[in-house]
Design a protein around this ligand. Structure first.
Ligand code: ADP
Ligand code: NA
Length: 331
């Protein structure tokens, strides 16, 4: 069996919150213990829509700092910025010769993201899946974690790899396998159990930020919207109670337990008892993350060194495949 190698990218966003942690970052932290992992900040993907340059710069640093603060170990996983490894953009261009317009036209995510103004969308947004194919194929990646919405893009990467290998008569690119994770935790707003916790919600009380201190966390959880009933004994009892379901789900995710486990402990108790327990749990788990985030922000050189080291490793891993791709094409 070939060596297992996993790659995953994340778009840089700022003002990270509990939803980003439980829905995205934490999965990486777990994955790095399960095999060789490359994680990158998808800054080249980010520019397919317009970003204020200063905001983008800031978001890239925030996301990098958050990943390290949340537990990505740069000695264990290769953590880097995509733009620091030019081979991503180079291989993308080479693969543009292989990818077919008809294939890209079938990508449902472009249709959703471009909306009604398809003619006004950037070429980058349209060709985004080819860059994703390059991200993955560049490292002979064997496994790629994908959500429902990304399955089609990984299929495309496999089609591009197969066509390239066939067209040029080489066994160059490894066909990556999708790793379908369990349903990602979806964290809802503390003010409205039917809306996603999001940085774009104007109310700061709606979310737990990764930078919140213990007192702020306790107060946000205490003031979270709930109904007057005590917690049910079973998960079925959460039906039609989105706020209760959300808080129980958060408690479960933070303790690697199931909602049923949480209800086995707290069923029958009111929110007057459950909220302080949840607040303390969050404060104790997120406290060290906030602390490390502060350190990394106060010491930009440390973060720069981590990213430089990751980029160096990634460039070394990418070089042979890029060279082989050029050679196969006669360049
Ligand atoms: P926001 O919704 O705050 O703008 P982003 O869209 O920047 O967050 O999301 C960054 C990553 O965090 C994505 O992988 C996304 O799926 C995840 N994420 C964001 N909000 C939540 C949430 N409320 N619950 C679970 N995952 C989330
Ligand atoms: Na968003």
């Amino acid at each position: 069996m070939t060596h297992q190698r996993t790659i995953s990218g994340i778009q840089p966003t700022g003002n990270l919150h509990l939803g980003n942690y439980l829905g995205a970052i934490r999965r990486w932290v777990q994955m790095q213990h399960e095999g060789e992992c490359l994680f990158f900040l998808a800054d080249l993907h980010a520019i397919t829509v317009h970003n204020e340059p200063a905001t983008l710069t800031n978001n890239i640093r925030e996301m990098a700092a958050a990943l390290v603060a949340c537990g990505i170990d740069p000695d264990k996983a290769v953590l880097f910025r995509q733009r620091d490894v030019p081979a991503h953009a180079e291989l993308c261009w080479l693969l543009n010769g292989t990818a077919r317009i008809g294939w890209l036209n079938r990508m449902t995510q472009f249709k959703e993201k471009s909306g009604k103004n398809r003619e006004g969308a950037s070429i980058g947004l349209y060709a985004y899946p080819v860059l994703q194919a390059a991200d993955v194929l560049l490292y002979q990646t064997t496994h790629v974690p994908v959500g429902e919405d990304q399955k089609q893009h990984l299929e495309l990467a496999r089609d591009i790899a197969t066509k390239f290998n066939t067209d040029f008569g080489v066994e160059l690119f490894t066909l990556p396998e999708p790793v379908i994770g369990g349903p990602a935790a979806r964290v809802m707003s503390l003010r409205d159990g039917t809306a996603k916790m999001s940085k774009s919600d104007p109310s700061d009380m709606s979310r737990i930020n990764l930078t919140d201190d213990a007192e702020t966390i306790m107060s946000k959880v205490r003031k979270a919207k709930t109904d007057p009933e005590p917690l049910p004994d079973t998960v079925e009892g959460l039906e039609g109670r989105p706020e209760a379901r959300n808080l129980v789900g958060i408690y479960a995710a933070m303790t690697d337990a199931t909602p049923a486990d949480v209800l086995a402990q707290f069923g029958g108790q009111g929110f007057g008892a459950f909220k302080p327990a949840l607040g303390e749990l969050l404060a104790s788990k997120l406290g060290p993350i906030a602390e490390r985030l502060r350190e990394l922000k106060a010491n930009p050189a440390e973060l720069d060194a981590i990213l430089a080291k990751g980029a160096e490793k990634a460039r070394t891993l990418a070089a042979p495949t890029l060279a082989a791709a050029y050679k196969a094409m006669g360049l």
